[in-house]
Design a binder for this molecule. Structure first.
Ligand SMILES: NC(=O)c1ccc[n+]([C@@H]2O[C@H](COP(=O)([O-])OP(=O)(O)OC[C@H]3O[C@@H](n4cnc5c(N)ncnc54)[C@H](O)[C@@H]3O)[C@@H](O)[C@H]2O)c1
Length: 248
């Protein structure tokens, strides 16, 4: 949709990652100005897509507030599109999961989404501007998976859905929409189940109605739609991008 995002200022957390980068490419192609935020300046430099990088750890409230101010400077105005793609994935059966591992995952996936969302919304509300937030949850926030035990990840992603709904209702009066996407098995380094090709192929046959992995571009397309005015009456929604996994 060339031009659909013309004039929009987008900030993408986890912007050096697989889905964050695909999102950046999509929003750029649709005409947005884009700033990428990630914890690693090196990773941002390596991304090499020629947009402004801001190094920031989304767990740190002061750093997030400073990063949003920096992004607003680079974009000549507060971001009116925020994609929260920063995230970490960990596997551990519940009986082995330490409280520290639990906290680490919540800190990035849930607290980071809260902090970035709040900082961007505060800037928009202060300026009386509308905006759109898209949080990346996961099918793991909707259903459990015995084959890949990851209660801490699943709980963080379910938390992102609850957070998204609350953002939607609290900020609707300010013209800010908030939605979530729930990617399923997306062809990225984060996806570990395909490390075992036999088990992976069996899963695709039986667990994914469309019978294949999703691509980062397919996730980015859904995010771009939700961020755009084409989704002007969608807020508080959780959109699976999962080839039908959660329809079974
Ligand atoms: N890949 C999948 O199959 C899949 C499926 C469902 C959901 N997701 C979600 O999509 C999002 C993006 O996943 P991805 O596959 O692109 O993973 P990725 O690892 O390629 O990207 C995640 C990015 O987040 C950044 N990050 C991690 N901790 C951070 C912190 N404290 N501060 C700032 N940045 C930090 C990383 O540096 C990385 O660049 C994640 O939230 C993930 O949970 C991915």
């Amino acid at each position: 949709m060339p031009g659909r995002m013309a004039g929009r200022r987008a900030l993408i957390t986890g912007g050096a990652g697989a889905i964050g980068l695909a999102c950046a490419r999509r929003l750029l192609a649709e005409g947005a100005e884009v700033v990428l935020l990630d914890r690693s300046a090196d990773a941002l430099a390596a991304a090499g897509i020629g947009v402004s990088p801001v190094a920031c750890d989304v767990r740190d409230p002061g750093a997030v507030a400073a990063a949003v101010t920096r992004a607003a400077g680079l974009l000549n105005g507060p971001p009116d599109v925020l994609v929260n793609a920063a995230g970490v994935y960990r596997i551990a059966p519940l009986l082995d999961l330490t409280p520290e591992e639990w906290d680490d995952v919540q800190a990035v996936n849930l607290r980071g989404t809260f902090l970035a969302g709040r900082a961007v919304a505060a800037a928009l509300i202060a300026g009386g501007r509308p905006g759109s937030i898209v949080n990346i949850s996961s099918t793991a926030g909707l259903v459990a998976d015995a084959a890949e035990p990851s209660a801490h990840y699943n709980a963080s992603k379910a938390g992102v859905l609850a957070l998204t709904r609350q953002m939607a209702v609290e900020w609707a009066p300010h013209g800010i929409r908030a939605n979530a996407v729930c990617p399923g098995v997306i062809d990225t380094p984060m996806l570990r189940m395909m490390d075992d090709p036999v088990a992976g192929a069996a899963y695709l046959r039986t667990g994914v109605p469309q019978g294949r992995l999703g691509s980062t571009e397919e996730v980015a397309a859904a995010i771009a739609f939700l961020a755009s005015d084409d989704a002007s009456y969608l807020t508080g929604a959780a959109v699976p991008v999962d080839g039908g996994v959660t329809a079974i």
